[in-house]
Design a protein around this ligand. Structure first.
Ligand SMILES: Cc1ncc(COP(=O)(O)O)c(C=O)c1O
Length: 250
């Protein structure tokens, strides 16, 4: 069957794409009938731009995971190279790109974090982190921060103190939420996070070791800096760290 000319992507105007987003896409965490976002059509380094030519400085690195910037030639090349070589391999087989990336990650992470479990989202990695901790310790309780968000899946949303959890309740059992120093961060800015992080970590790590609790760090934007061995000595390092990043092995 031949494809009609109108059905090829380049034959649609930006206004069509904006309308299709509204009509056919279910968007997360927003009032559906009020959704009307501009269409993003390009990006370079720390900026991206929309269909009307408005340029945005990407302070949030999209969803905190585009940390290498938009369209870096080495990233584009690495993606093309992998697509040419092999697009998909099921998880039980060994494959060069995954093995080399895991090896690289173990070289920058503290010594006790030598293995990487690859997932496709933050929520999924948190679901697995909950399972790992429960299987390893045989204990049930998970302690999280009250003012937090950990993803939209059943287990991850149960950890959150954020109102987005309410509609998903009763959620999974065994969750304990605690207040923390988040107000200080709001007052003094994100730079304080590193100082607070190290201070908190020293006391948390020793508390967890004494009570045989697994310490996990789940911060997408911070974990890279916080867990890298040049910031955090191994003896106060988490037992498991979760991070989101566009990492190309270039
Ligand atoms: C700290 C934290 N954990 C988990 C998530 C969920 O990640 P994802 O949307 O990839 O499932 C987010 C996303 O905003 C996050 O900020």
């Amino acid at each position: 069957m031949s494809i009609k000319a109108k059905d090829t992507p380049e034959n649609y105007a930006h206004e069509d794409i904006r309308r299709f987003e509204k009509e056919y896409v279910l968007h997360s965490w927003c009032v559906q009938n009020q959704y009307d976002a501009p269409v993003v059509v390009g990006g370079k380094a720390s900026s991206f731009w929309d269909m009307d030519g408005n340029t945005y400085l990407d302070f949030s690195s999209q969803a905190m995971c585009n940390s290498l910037g938009h369209q870096h030639p080495k990233v584009v090349e690495a993606i093309k190279h992998q697509a040419d070589e092999l697009c998909f391999v099921q998880g039980t087989w060994a494959v060069k790109s995954r093995a080399l990336l895991a090896k690289k990650l173990s070289e920058v992470a503290p010594k006790n974090l030598s293995k990487t479990f690859f997932t496709t989202s933050g929520a999924e990695s948190n679901e697995n982190a909950i399972k790992f901790a429960r299987m390893f310790t045989g204990k049930n309780k998970i302690i999280t921060r009250y003012r937090s968000y950990h993803g939209a899946s059943a287990g991850a949303i149960s950890l959150s103190g954020d109102p987005r959890r309410w509609a998903a309740e009763p959620g999974i059992p065994g969750i304990v939420r605690q207040w923390t120093v988040i107000a200080t961060v709001a007052l003094l800015g994100w730079n304080t996070l590193l100082v607070i992080f190290v201070a908190l970590n020293i006391s948390l790590k020793s508390l967890c070791s004494r009570a045989q609790i697994i310490l996990q760090h789940w911060k997408s934007s911070l974990s890279w800096a916080a867990m890298a061995s040049w910031f955090l000595p191994t003896n106060i390092c988490p037992d498991c760290a979760r991070y989101a990043a566009k990492t190309a092995y270039c």
